[in-house]
Design a protein around this ligand. Sequence first.
Ligand code: FAD
Length: 108
Amino acid sequence: QLKNSTIKAELGQSSWKLLHTMMARFPEHPTQDEKEALRNFIYLFSRLYPCGECAQEFQAILAKHPPQVSSREAASQWACAVHNIVNKRLQKEMFDCGKIADKYKCGC
Ligand code: FAD
């Protein structure tokens, strides 16, 4: 059980890192195609996320808070907000979404 929760936490940390970094690199002025790509990615991610319970919870969050794909800023703030919803449910600290741009840089 302890091992499983460690694996789940590591998967979560890596996944959030990927998601937030993707948002930080999303175009400031995305094309219609880029917007569709991000929206599709997020919905597919929520279906395929390899922790069943997490995937189910995340799909319920998406139903109430659909992905915001109109710009880098909108997408980054959306991802920060949904991560905070998960944090709250897991009784973790809230993250200050005003600091999101400083935290996620991809170095590419
Ligand atoms: P994490 O939440 O993994 O965060 C990693 C780092 O990101 C933090 O240390 C902080 O620096 C930064 N951060 C924190 N909040 C934000 C924010 N709002 N925006 C940007 N950066 C932030 N676990 C479960 O047990 N049950 C679940 O139902 C569940 N659902 C999940 C759903 C999804 C889509 C994902 C990706 C993960 C889910 N997890 C779930 C895993 C959980 O969210 C954590 O990743 C895991 O518990 C490890 O937590 P952590 O304290 O290391 O920090």
